[in-house]
Write a protein that binds this ligand. Structure first.
Ligand code: NAP
Length: 428
């Protein structure tokens, strides 16, 4: 027997997957228990040089011809996008009983549950290890190694571009736009960086992790999402002074009310393992019972890291371990009960730009006091009478609804020159 692969998409990940399958063929065969051979490929431009020899593959202009081909047992989709070709290929391949492997977080975060149902109905496997944190096998960790645990919290650094930018800002004191331009020049950020820096990419990954951890359908819309555009060099400097680092965290956590899912720039104690993850590296912490805390760290993107995850799934499928996409029966993947973000309990960082005049600090403290929020620390540097100066306060535990009300009142103070900056402080 041979597992015959139809590869749709020959870009960064697709070309590397084809290259590695060929370069490591004997090792992969011994691990898979049978040869794994790419038989058919498809991309947009047949004439493009991809640095790989395409002559041994059958080229298909129409990717759907691969999804229905009699010479293909498993379809590997590496095109991307929530719908379009990727979704059509998934439905066609799974409908035809072919195994389907993808790195497509956008599609799985939206359509994962219905595709899992289709796979199950047709006796095929759906696998998407490469969709979350590239070279970190976090999906297998949740589905297999940690299957005996009740998971209480999954959180981490899920976007290398944002982590690179925040690390550089921390280390050099440079402004966001300046570091973003460098990330683009280095190829870490796209020309249109919104998908990364607005938290969308991390939110898609978090929705998938939450589904695996809490046994439901992935629900991208349930993730409260914001990015890092608003993170200033000033807040990075205050964070440093307070003993924190700012990171874009994805957090899915169990509470009494349900499951909280959110992506935002947060402060974390500089001593915490996750706060010390620098550059483009990704990291995921899984907290469960009885395991306690389990931290996975590694490369989150790039052709090699992502192809590594794709091939791991291919080997699983070839050796009969393809299993169920979310590790549970598709019929059991119901809606994950959502905890409103306003119910979040925790500490907060608040920075307000105010005109420096007597009584301002007392006015600010009065707002916190009226809402019953206790202040943990207060920072104000220098004096510039009648000029705007930053005043920073951190709080003890409160809830998000209350701190939002505090922020609204602070912004309305006569001395305030702009709305306050509010950031969650994570206890890790
Ligand atoms: N790059 C990463 O580091 C990374 C990491 C994790 C996950 N992923 C995921 O992996 C997937 C692929 O990403 P990538 O970076 O490899 O993308 P990419 O370099 O842009 O490659 C996309 C490929 O899809 C092909 N394609 C586009 N539209 C097509 C169509 N209508 N029919 C057939 N082929 C079509 C393109 O053809 P042409 O080459 O002819 O234009 C190209 O080969 C995405 O889901 C992405 O989210 C990527």
């Amino acid at each position: 027997m041979t597992l015959r692969i139809g590869l749709i998409g020959l870009g960064v990940v697709g070309a590397e997957t084809a290259r590695t399958l060929r370069a490591h063929a004997p090792m992969i065969e011994s691990r898979a228990g049978q040869p794994v051979v790419v038989t058919e490929v498809s991309a947009r431009d047949r004439s493009k040089d991809r640095g790989i020899d395409l002559s041994t593959y059958t080229w298909r202009d129409d990717p759907m011809a691969i999804a229905t081909s009699a010479d293909v047992d498993a379809v590997v989709e590496l095109v991307g996008g929530e719908g379009g070709v990727a979704l059509e290929a998934a439905k066609t391949a799974l409908g035809a009983g072919k195994h389907f492997i993808t790195a497509n977080k956008a599609m799985i975060a939206r359509h994962g549950a219905s595709l899992a149902e289709l796979a199950e109905a047709n006796g095929a496997s759906l696998a998407f290890e490469a969709a979350v944190a590239g070279g970190i096998p976090v999906i297998k960790a949740l589905k297999e190694g940690l299957a005996g645990n009740r998971i209480d919290r999954v959180y981490g650094i899920l976007n290398g571009t944002c982590n690179f930018i925040l690390t550089e800002m921390f280390e050099t004191g440079r402004a966001f736009d300046d570091v973003l331009a460098e990330a683009q020049a280095l190829g870490y950020a796209e020309a249109d960086p919104g998908f990364d820096i607005d938290g969308v990419d991390a939110a898609q990954k978090l929705a998938i992790l939450a589904a695996l951890a809490f046994g439901g359908a992935p629900d991208f819309d349930a993730v409260e999402t914001s990015g890092i555009r608003h993170v200033s060099a000033l807040d990075i400097a205050f964070a440093k002074e307070l003993g924190y680092r700012i990171r874009l965290f994805g957090v899915a956590a169990r509470s009494e009310m349900g499951i909280e899912q959110r992506v935002s720039a947060c402060m974390a104690p500089a001593s915490a393992a996750l706060a010390r993850i620098d550059g483009v590296t990704n990291a995921v912490m899984i907290e469960g019972s009885p395991v306690g805390q389990s931290l996975l760290v590694g490369p989150g993107a790039g052709g090699g890291a992502t192809a590594s995850a794709v091939i791991g799934d291919i080997v699983d499928v070839a050796s009969g371990r393809g299993g169920r996409g979310f590790g549970a029966a598709a019929a059991s993947l119901g809606e994950i009960p959502a905890t409103p973000i306003t119910a979040r309990h925790g500490a907060y960082y608040v920075r307000l730009m105010v005109i420096d005049r007597p009584g301002v600090i007392a006015d600010m403290a009065g707002v916190f006091g009226r809402h019953g929020v206790s202040i943990q620390s207060l920072l104000q540097h220098g004096r510039q009478p009648d000029e705007p100066v930053p005043v920073v306060m951190t709080t003890h535990e409160t809830n998000e609804a209350t701190i939002r009300a505090v922020a609204a009142e602070l912004g309305a103070l006569a001395a305030a020159v702009e709305p306050p900056i509010l950031m969650r402080i994570e206890s890790l």
